[in-house]
Design a protein around this ligand. Structure first.
Ligand code: DAH
Length: 360
């Protein structure tokens, strides 16, 4: 048997293999269970000792050289494949992005970010609570017991089943229950805002069944109405980016505050349009007041030690006033033309230093 010729042929076919599949085919052909070289090895068993002595080393050497050639070629092909892949997948990071990112940030999200940025600068943290609430957090703990007429005014969406504690379940009608949850969870002193979705069974040109509020809550010692007024004024000047914002506090009623104040903001008429600032006229902006003693107690705190103020404001309305939209319903239609017009660039993150008011 001419092992040298067999070896030559095997080695040249291995050298000529252009891909890993072909190479694997050759490995099976030569060295697999039914392979030709494996077959030669099996013939050793049928040889006499002399033959075996002379043929054995040749067959083993053949097997060795083929095995070596296979693994050498394999490494070569794998290296080439990796090189080709690296070349094909190369990204030039110095190139500009091929397209501006698609999509935009909804004005409601943008305004919530703006408000969080402004209040963070005043030392407020962001708190959250569930949109599916129980009637204790949403009403009772906020000094609205079961028979309270204010409950009826909220047009509440109720769930058919009570929770495990026997409490009626509902979609929260305001962000005020986050006041209770935060006091119970974090204790005092506190400075938080709580932005989020709220729900009421109400729908017309100025009402949608889901809308957005931001709640504010400060609990500390010796807090009074002056702190509330300063905080709201500082916030509104930063938010509307105008120094001439004037506030008017009117006595009002909310069950969870005592005294309660309705805050109006002054506007000026420019070409028949209302522009915030000055005091030619007033528009109602938000509800607020000193936190009712009963609410502080429901939050697990001693009202003889801790006082506080709270406020609640509609985010959608704040967005409309600042960015000039006049139909609330368009906020939630998902019309891409509206979003392209009123939305914000994804990378246009509001910061106090960069400005919280620049429209995209
Ligand atoms: N929760 C009230 C509402 O939805 C708004 C409000 C008024 C919140 C006065 C407050 C507050 O925290 O003090 O109409």
């Amino acid at each position: 048997m001419d092992y040298a010729a067999t070896g030559q042929e095997a080695l040249s076919r291995i050298a000529a293999a252009q891909d890993l599949d072909t190479l694997e085919g050759l490995r099976v052909e030569f060295l697999g269970k039914q392979g030709s070289i494996s077959g030669l090895l099996k013939t050793l068993g049928g040889m006499n000792p002399d033959e075996r002595q002379s043929e054995g080393p040749k067959i083993h050497a053949l097997r060795e050289s083929v095995t070596e050639a296979l693994s050498g070629r394999k490494a070569g092909l794998e290296g080439a494949a990796l090189e080709a892949r690296l070349a094909a997948e190369r990204i030039d990071l110095s190139l500009p992005a091929p397209d501006m990112p698609r999509g935009s940030v909804h004005p409601v999200s943008q305004v919530m970010d703006e408000m969080a940025e402004i209040f963070a600068d005043m030392g407020f943290a962001v708190a959250t609570g569930p949109e599916i609430e129980d009637d204790w957090h949403n009403f009772t703990a906020l000094n609205m017991p079961e028979s309270h007429p204010a409950r009826a005014m909220h047009d509440t969406f109720y769930f058919p089943d009570k929770n495990a504690d026997g409490r009626e379940m509902l979609l929260r009608t305001h962000t005020s229950p986050v006041q209770i949850r935060t006091m119970l969870e974090r204790g005092a002193p506190l400075r938080v805002i709580a932005p989020g979705r709220v729900y009421r069974s109400d729908s017309d040109a100025t009402h949608t069944p889901m809308f957005h509020q931001i709640e504010g809550l400060v609990i500390d010692k010796g807090i009074h109405l002056g702190h509330l007024k300063w905080t709201l004024e500082t916030f509104l000047k930063a938010y509307f980016e105008r120094e001439d914002i004037v506030l008017r506090l009117r006595p009002s009623y909310f069950p969870f505050t005592e005294p309660s104040v309705e805050v109006d903001v002054g506007f000026t008429l420019v070409n028949g349009k209302r522009v915030l600032g000055g005091q030619e006229g007033w528009m109602e902006l938000l509800g607020s007041g000193m936190v009712n003693r009963k609410v502080i107690a429901a939050g697990g705190l001693d009202p003889d030690v801790w006082q506080g103020f709270a406020f609640g404001v509609g985010v959608d309305r704040l967005a409309m006033l600042k960015y000039g939209m006049d139909d609330l319903r368009a906020f939630f239609d998902g019309d891409v033309r509206w979003l392209a017009h009123y939305g914000f660039a994804p990378l246009d993150v509001p910061t106090l230093s960069g400005g919280v008011g620049t429209a995209a």
